[in-house]
Write a protein that binds this ligand. Structure first.
Ligand code: ADP
Ligand code: MG
Length: 247
């Protein structure tokens, strides 16, 4: 990854509180086009809050966040522009249970992008092919395994052709035998050049695809390094302690 690729995300001295609780402390982060960032850290350290600030599911109180050239202020126009460029996948897939897989994938393209139904369906089928479940298109989410549902959720995000994908522990609610199929899709996406931030404790995935791995603890970025340094020779004792606990 070159230092000259365009900036996709910058966070500068970002602070956030939930009431009195200081959840993000002076967060600085720069992500260039095509970079893959993995964020790990203990439960409650602010990982979800950090990535949710990037598409304004949470509002920060101090500092600057610029995503795909748009600064996140209270300006609804900018928030809309940012959300167009950012796809997000959660631990719980959040599919609409009363819609088929195909309808889940075409809903936003039809209503937000105003695509004709036929065109939206053709695009959705392309992405369902990419995540290797085109044959499930007419089923309902409840008829699919967890791994299949998460792949639908990824396909659904991709149907909006985002420039950036955020993943928040996409495999942690899955049965172990289904983790690989979801990670494989994420690796493919990474290899195709998608800009990605992934909160995950799948350290094999981090080693394989991450340009940088970030360790968060108590609202702070404690360490940010390429995987070789991060795993084999971390700068911070707190990183080492965390790795000892999870590896
Ligand atoms: P992580 O994803 O690293 O587990 P989170 O970002 O979800 O951490 O949460 C960080 C801290 O902020 C936790 O202590 C959590 O309880 C608290 N928190 C998260 N969301 C809210 C909220 N909406 N209101 C109040 N506190 C919250
Ligand atoms: Mg979380």
């Amino acid at each position: 990854m070159t230092d000259t690729a365009p900036l996709m995300i910058t966070m500068e001295a970002v602070n956030k509180w939930f009431g009195q609780f200081h959840v993000l402390k002076d967060i600085n982060l720069t992500v260039r086009k095509g970079e893959k960032i993995v964020i790990c850290g203990p439960s409650g350290s602010g990982k979800s809050t950090l990535i949710r600030c990037i598409n304004r599911l949470e509002e920060h109180q101090q500092g600057n966040i610029v995503v795909a050239g748009n600064e996140l202020t209270g300006d609804l126009k900018h928030i809309e522009l940012v959300r167009k460029e950012v796809g997000m996948c959660f631990q719980h897939f959040n599919l609409f249970p009363h819609l088929t897989v195909l309808e889940n994938c075409t809903l936003a393209p039809i209503w937000v992008k105003k695509l004709p139904k036929k065109e939206a369906e053709a695009i959705a089928m392309q992405y369902l092919n990419r995540v290797k479940i085109p044959e499930q298109a007419h089923k309902y989410p409840g008829q699919l395994s967890g791994g299949q549902q998460q792949r639908v959720a990824i396909a659904r995000s991709l149907c909006m052709t985002p420039q950036i994908m955020l993943f928040d522990e996409p495999t942690s609610a899955l049965d172990p035998e289904m983790v690989r199929e979801v990670l494989d899709v994420m690796v493919e996406l990474a290899n195709e050049g998608m800009t990605m931030i992934c909160v995950t404790h799948e350290m094999g995935f981090a080693r394989q695809v991450a340009d940088r791995v970030i360790f968060m603890d108590r609202g702070e970025i404690i360490e940010e390094n390429p995987p070789q340094i991060f795993f084999d020779n971390p700068e911070s004792d707190r990183t080492q302690l965390f790795l000892d606990q999870i590896l």
